[in-house]
Design a protein around this ligand. Structure first.
Ligand code: ATP
Length: 307
């Protein structure tokens, strides 16, 4: 019998050098004699999800626009990788809702796309069946998927998503965040996201930047959720958030059954039944903590996931 001479590839444990897509250094925007944001510092690497959180008017959209060059920094600097391809989903879209506009047409409003590119993007976002539907008839979740499809169709290095789950119910939100992670995993793009959704942010982000006219605090979701500045800014919401921040390996389905990490479904939740991971040897410093889905809202949604 022939044996393969090729040795199994050795695991490459060397830290990978991450390519920086955008870098903001002490960057600020000033309008009408007032700093909208100031002293903003962060980088986004390929494959990284950076989320901006902060109260209304904190300067999140302004910062995102500065990162992609829609707004020019009045102080400090913003550098972008040469020929950086950006997919931008703005918070608001200037669309005349009285005019008929199909999803297919929405995809090509800002530039031509090949039919195959449109088809692939609609497929990736799960809305192939809506290609000829009118945009104004889409549900909130379908509309956000259409915007995502438009953003990914041009194969961006960086996706900038300004509140990608607005107008979407809780179950739809979870699905959309899953989709965003899937896109990141499949394409390796970097993602800059703006979110009000503290629970979801904690689950799906490598780096959280908490803005309040300046960078209030920053770090992994774990670090930010425990920062006193963050607690001050988000008050009671922040405290309840800290407990969301642990490993979960099973989902409670609406009918009371339990779906485990291995895909199996049981009637009840028994820690000793062999379906549950032993967390004691888990590495909590994942590259992508979002690969372990966590969310704990017991009131809404498809189900709740518990440790
Ligand atoms: N062109 C402009 N001229 C003057 N002020 C502006 C301009 N654009 C934004 N602002 C102000 O800058 C502040 C930051 O706005 P920005 O939209 O960045 O906030 P945000 O954190 O994204 O808020 P939200 O969560 O409400 O979307 C706000 O007070 C806004 O009114």
């Amino acid at each position: 019998m022939l044996m393969s001479k090729r040795a199994a590839p050795a695991a490459d444990n060397r830290p990978k050098l991450k390519e920086t897509l955008v870098s903001l250094s002490n960057a600020g925007i000033r309008r009408d004699g007032r700093w909208l944001v100031r002293g903003v510092e962060f980088d986004i690497a390929r494959g990284e999800v950076v989320t901006l959180i902060g109260p209304n008017g904190a300067g999140k959209s302004t910062t995102a626009k500065m990162a992609i060059g829609v707004l020019k920094a009045d102080e400090g600097s913003v550098t972008r990788k040469r020929d950086l391809r950006i997919g931008y989903v703005p918070q608001k879209l200037a669309i005349d809702w009285t005019m008929p506009l199909s999803v297919r047409r929405l995809m090509t409003l800002t530039g031509p796309l090949k039919e195959a590119e449109i088809a692939a993007a609609l497929e990736a976002t799960g809305i192939s069946h809506l290609a000829d539907s009118e945009v104004r008839h889409l549900s909130g979740g379908e509309f956000q998927r259409a915007l995502l499809a438009r953003a990914i169709a041009r194969k961006p290095d960086l996706m900038v998503l300004d509140e990608p789950v607005q107008g979407v119910d809780f179950a739809g939100e979870a699905a959309l965040y899953d989709l965003i992670r899937t896109i990141r995993n499949a394409t390796g793009c970097g993602i800059l996201m703006i979110s009000h959704d503290l629970h979801m942010v904690m689950a799906g982000t490598d780096t959280v930047i908490c803005l309040n006219g300046h960078v209030c605090c920053r770090g992994t979701p774990e670090v930010v959720s425990q920062s006193s500045d963050y607690m001050k800014l988000f008050g009671g919401n922040a405290r309840s958030l800290a407990v969301y921040n642990h490993h979960h390996d099973h989902t409670h389905l609406p009918d009371g059954r339990v779906r485990h990490a291995d895909g199996s479904i049981t009637e009840h939740c028994h820690p000793e039944d062999g379906h549950h991971h032993d967390h004691s040897d888990h590495d909590h410093g994942h590259d992508h903590p979002q690969d372990h889905a966590h969310h704990h809202d017991t009131q809404k949604g498809e189900g709740t996931r518990h440790a």
